[in-house]
Design a protein around this ligand. Sequence first.
Ligand code: ADP
Length: 256
Amino acid sequence: FVDANVVQLNTVKSKFQALVILYDLTEGRRVERMQLDFVRNVSHELKTPVTAITGFAETLLAGAAEEPATQKQFLQIIYDESTRLTALIQDILALSHLDRKDQSQDQLVNVYELVQANLELMQQKIRQKQLHVSVDISKTLQIKISKMKFNQILKNLIANGITYNKSNGSLVITAQVEKEQIRMHIVDSGLGIPSDLQSRIFERFYRVDQARATHKSGTGLGLAIASELTVSLEGELTVDSQLGVGSEFILKLPIV
Ligand code: ADP
């Protein structure tokens, strides 16, 4: 009787182990496929600006440089594409750091100061667009968090609030502490996002309407980075947006 039970137990055990191994394999294949897709996407995204730069430089060398207007136009394209390439490389590096398991050290961060520091860096674009920016955050609000990750999330959300805004538009940034989390709202009066695409904007390389040509140097990675960083901090990043009216990004992060 005992023997029979042991045999049965062993069979169950080995079935279970087989299942676990199968699960591991499927999970492994899924990750492998995702990595392969990512590498394919990256290569494609990098090739586009490089091809343009090489092509226009070759045309200039072949004689187009003699025509001043053409020369200026081609140099502008080369400049724009190089800027795009730099942004892509920075974002890809940010994503590859993200994949690494090591957690950066938590430290006390003053939320108001971090938001202001980012706005300061983007002052030129804010002025160009004549945006009305308001920050409603207590100057004494401090949270313990990885400053590097929190800063990257804020930077990407604020940059988008500026980039996809209309001229003379508004950008409102607020933060409240409730229970054991901080809730931030980054609200713009910009282009907005069609409701059926609102979940897709967090995917790597996804860009709403490639024809939104106003922002040529975008990479489609900013929100993927922000969202993946938020998840790694056990928080939540969501969007509420209306086409033609504006977007509101809501960032919730645990603070204990
Ligand atoms: P990027 O800005 O480099 O294209 P993101 O991942 O930051 O990439 O954003 C993905 C897409 O989501 C953008 O291309 C844009 O179409 C849309 N988007 C992001 N933020 C906003 C916003 N605040 N208002 C309107 N559209 C936005």
